[in-house]
Design a binder for this molecule. Structure first.
Ligand code: DAH
Length: 322
C-alpha cells in the first residue's frame, strides 16, 4: 500500500508530475486543472492514510490473537486416485502404436446396424450375427443404416475412418464394446477392444506379423513371437487367429499355456474387398490388413487377473494394487 502511495503521490509520483506540469499551461487552464488536481490530491492522501491505518489494525497476528489457532496441527491429506489398470494399458498400447506411425481414432459406442454389421460384410441373415448378439436401442429404423445398437466390436470404426480419410491409412481404435452375454469369470457384457487397420499399396500379412511382434515385445518388455492360424471373420479374407508365444515358458509349454507354448490373442486378416468398397476405397489400388484384440483380456493376462468382473466392480482392495 505504501509503495502504491509513493508511486502516485511521491516525489516522482504520477500525480506529482502532473502537478508540476501545470506551470506550463495557460492561465485559464491553470485555474481549472490546478483546482481539480488539488482536490484529487487531498482526497487520495486521505484515502491512503485511512487504508494504511485499517491494514495496520488487521494484521494477521491481531486476527489470530482473537481466537486460539494451533498453527502446528498437520494439514489434512487428500487421497489421490490413480489411473485404472485398463487405462494404463490402453495408454501404453496407444504410445507404442503411435511410435509406429498409427493414429489413434475413436468411434461411437451407440452405432448403426449398418456400420456394426452390413458394412463389415455381415448381412442380416448371416449366421455370424449370432456370435455377436447385441443390445438394440429403441429407435426408428433408418432406411440405409438400420436400427441403433450398442456396438459389439470396434470394427465399425474401420469403415467410418476409411469414409472420412480414405487411403493410405494407419490407425488403431481402442474402445468399449457390448455383448448380450451371461457374466462369468471370463465374460462380461461390457469390455474393451483395440481395432487396428493399415491400408496402403503392396501390403501383406508379413507386415502384420512384424508389427504385432514388435508391439507385443515392447509391451511386455521381453522378446515375443507371433504365429498365425486360419480363422474366420466375415470382414477379412483370408482370416486369421493370431497367437503369441507364452510369456512364462517362452514357448516351451507350461500350465499357463496349457502346454502348447502359445496364447490365443486376436483375430485379423486381409481386409475383405467388400469392406474396402464400403469405405470408398478401390480394392484394385489399395489393400491392407485389420486386427482386433481384447484390451480387457490383455490386461488380465498381463497382471494375471483371473476374474474379469474385478476390473469393473470398483473394489478398492483390488484397484489399489495397481
Ligand atoms: N471384431 C472381431 C471380434 O470382435 C475381432 C476382429 C477379427 C477384428 C478380425 C478384426 C479382424 O479387425 O480382422 O470378434
Amino acid at each position: 500500500m505504501q509503495n502504491l502511495e509513493t508511486e502516485i503521490l511521491g516525489r516522482k509520483g504520477k500525480l506529482t508530475l502532473i502537478l508540476r506540469g501545470i506551470k506550463d499551461l495557460s492561465d485559464e487552464e491553470k485555474r481549472t486543472v490546478g483546482q481539480l488536481s488539488n482536490k484529487v490530491k487531498t482526497s487520495l492522501e486521505k484515502e491512503f492514510e485511512h487504508k494504511i491505518k485499517e491494514l495496520e489494525n488487521t494484521s494477521i497476528e491481531k486476527e489470530l490473537g482473537k481466537t486460539f489457532f494451533d498453527t502446528t496441527i498437520p494439514g489434512k491429506t487428500r487421497q489421490l486416485g490413480h489411473i485404472h489398470p485398463l487405462s494404463q494399458v490402453q495408454e501404453e498400447v496407444e504410445r507404442i502404436f503411435s511410435q509406429m506411425g498409427f493414429a489413434v481414432m475413436d468411434g461411437p459406442e451407440v452405432e448403426s446396424e449398418y456400420y456394426n454389421f452390413e458394412g463389415l460384410n455381415i448381412p442380416k441373415d448371416h449366421p455370424a450375427r449370432d456370435m455377436q448378439d447385441t443390445f438394440f436401442i429403441q429407435s426408428k429404423e433408418d432406411q440405409s443404416h438400420g436400427k441403433l445398437v450398442l456396438r459389439t466390436h470396434t470394427s465399425p470404426a474401420q469403415i467410418r475412418t476409411m469414409e472420412k480419410y480414405g487411403a493410405p491409412l494407419r490407425i488403431i481404435v481402442p474402445g468399449r464394446v457390448f455383448r448380450y452375454e451371461a457374466t462369468d469369470a471370463s465374460h462380461d457384457a461390457t469390455f474393451y477392444q483395440v481395432e487396428g487397420l493399415l491400408i496402403d499399396k503392396d501390403i501383406s500379412l508379413s507386415h502384420l506379423k512384424g508389427v504385432m511382434a514388435q508391439f507385443l515385445t515392447r509391451l511386455f518388455g521381453q522378446p515375443v513371437k507371433v504365429r498365425f492360424r486360419p480363422g474366420y471373420f466375415p470382414f477379412v479374407e483370408p482370416g486369421l487367429e493370431v497367437d503369441f508365444s507364452c510369456l512364462l515358458c517362452e514357448g516351451k509349454g507350461c500350465r499357463v499355456c496349457k502346454h502348447s507354448g502359445w496364447m490365443e490373442f486376436m483375430g485379423a486378416g486381409m481386409v475383405h474387398e467388400n469392406v474396402l468398397k464400403a469405405g470408398g476405397i478401390n480394392p484394385k489400388e489399395y489393400q491392407g490388413w485389420a486386427f482386433g484384440f481384447g484390451l480387457t483380456r490383455l490386461v488380465m493376462m498381463r497382471y494375471k487377473i483371473d476374474d474379469i468382473r474385478l476390473l469393473t466392480n470398483s473394489d478398492l482392495r483390488f484397484i489399489k494394487q495397481f
